[in-house]
Design a protein around this ligand. Sequence first.
Ligand code: ATP
Ligand code: MG
Length: 234
Amino acid sequence: MTAILSCAALDAGYHRRPVVRNLNLDVNPGEIVAILGSNGAGKTTSLLTMAGLLAPLGGSVLLDGKPVNHKRPFLSARSGVQLVPDDKCLFTTLSVADNISFGRRGKAAVDEALSYFPALEKRIKLPAGVLSGGEQQMLVLARALVAEPKVMLIDELSMGLAPVIVQEILRVVRRIADEKRTAVVLVEQHVHMALQIADRATVLAHGDVVLEESAEVLRADPDLLRASYLGRAA
Ligand SMILES: Nc1ncnc2c1ncn2[C@@H]1O[C@H](COP(=O)(O)OP(=O)(O)OP(=O)(O)O)[C@@H](O)[C@H]1O
Ligand SMILES: [Mg+2]
């Protein structure tokens, strides 16, 4: 299978100083790859660079074989990458419906996005600000889905949510990947939950890849992951 998103020897960072070095990552349609690592490891920086919001300092990010346009990040959104950032950026006084169709997408795309989140359908006319944290996170995902992305980059959707809610939302992410063949890069602090739905994981420590492994292997061998967090894995 050809990767829809491909990072090759990617150096990413700020003001010409890389905080992530030599990241190689291919994600196929329908696949979920988790990027794991402690605080400050470089997970968000990697996602921002994949989304075209930061210019690569070295190497490349290809979407469907073409370099992601970091000079015009809206073009990368149009060509199929949706970043779901860790700050939700909702319009809290606008209704759920208006938040979703802000990008003026057709009704069919909106209905399909909502079909993944029945809880939102019931609250469609309410201002986004009155939704629970979990519902707001669903809304952020639904909004991204309406753009019919080929790749979704999801940064810490669990922020401030109860674990059962996180689990429920992650299961929907799995369904989206399976049914819509969306490629997903998932950054998640709840490592255990991320591994339940991911196909593979890449672990960063201080900006270096210290482990790349299938989720199946990591689920079976928690010590492997623990060692990589402590910087002991090759
Ligand atoms: N705007 C910025 N300018 C300069 N350095 C930054 C900037 N944002 C982040 N960094 C630095 O880059 C490194 C990686 O940060 P990043 O936010 O990518 O980590 P992270 O893995 O997402 O961490 P967390 O789990 O806390 O979200 C850190 O050392 C951080 O201080
Ligand atoms: Mg982060």
